[in-house]
Design a protein around this ligand. Structure first.
Ligand code: NAP
Length: 281
């Protein structure tokens, strides 16, 4: 495993296992499998309703708490200082832990400044080792990071070989913020990545799959990737990316296939925002 260092000194694995759309029943089995093949970072969220499964799997694994890196996110319905503070305690209870390694604001809507104040308090109280955001697009990220006291240590965004998020990198750089990639394999549209001819041909040189090339390309950019799979053999495949390196030429070829730099989710579309607020605000 390789690690990146957040600006407060916390070391974070560059590859983790994500549990979006893993049902509460299935979550414990999936996370147990992921831990058994070597994952030590688990990415969950209040909205995924499977934090308890993550906690159960860890408790049964025998892995020391300091060897695990737990990430969770405050959902829109828990926005605001008071509600967010309660929700952090609830996440700690469900995860069965005394601290969360990285806590993120899940979406850039609602009273995000109130939520952040609760997160800063939790951070200073030792309930959380690092705090950050998710889905904050470049302008929104700048505004937020400029005005808050503790700057976000991480921004978790849709990022993969087709949505490379190069535009936001200099803004992150201004605040020392590291990027974390969701949909590292394309999420709902994995074929265009895991069956990419370019990625497969690059992988053939190293005896690696297109999926492994896509993940290695992220970690080699210093971006933390959190692929999800319900299949143990794919979990093992996805973590098998630390015994080879992509060349500068490989990296440059992949840079050319960027299609929609800032991702495919319409965060700026009022109807998308209305629906989120109507359903969860
Ligand atoms: N912050 C946010 O708003 C946000 C949004 C979305 C996701 N996330 C986080 O990011 C994580 C990853 O995103 P994601 O799960 O949506 O998408 P993803 O990891 O890009 O893709 C998951 C899909 O890829 C398939 N897959 C996995 N490994 C494969 C391989 N080696 N070869 C072929 N197919 C493979 C999986 O199928 P099988 O399961 O059948 O193997 C699943 O259908 C989530 O689990 C979640 O933790 C965060």
């Amino acid at each position: 495993m390789e690690y990146i260092k957040l600006y407060n000194g916390v070391q974070m694995p560059t590859l983790g296992y994500g549990v979006f759309l893993v049902s509460p029943d299935e979550c414990e089995r999936c996370v147990s499998d992921a831990l058994s093949v070597g994952y030590r970072l688990i990415d969950t969220a209040q909205a995924y309703q499977n934090e308890e499964g993550v906690g159960n799997a860890w408790r049964k694994s025998g892995i020391k708490r300091e060897d695990l890196f737990l990430v969770t996110k405050v959902w829109i319905s828990n926005a605001g200082e008071e509600k967010a503070a309660k929700s952090i305690d609830e996440s700690l209870r469900k995860l069965q832990t005394e601290y969360i390694d990285l806590l993120l604001i899940h979406q850039a809507y609602g009273d995000v400044f109130g939520t952040w104040r609760a997160m800063e308090k939790a951070y200073r109280a030792g309930k959380v080792r690092a705090i950050g955001v998710s889905n904050f697009q470049a302008g929104r990220f700048f505004d937020f990071a400029h005005y808050v006291d503790v700057k976000p240590m991480v921004n978790q965004l849709e990022c993969n070989t087709l949505s490379q998020q190069t535009g936001i990198e200099p803004i992150h750089g201004e605040f020392g913020t590291k990027m974390m990639a969701w949909y590292p394999l394309g999420g709902q549209d994995t074929d265009s990545i895991v069956k990419s001819e370019l990625l497969a041909s690059i992988g053939a040189k190293y005896n690696k799959t297109a999926a492994q090339v896509a993940l290695r390309w992220l970690t080699q950019r210093g971006i933390v990737a959190i692929p999800k799979s319900s299949h143990k053999e794919r979990m093992a495949q996805n973590i098998g990316i630390f015994d080879f390196s992509l060349s500068d030429d490989d990296m440059a070829q992949i840079a050319k296939i960027n299609q929609h730099d800032a991702g495919t989710t319409p965060f700026g579309n009022p109807q998308f925002v209305k629906n989120l607020i109507k359903n969860y605000g």
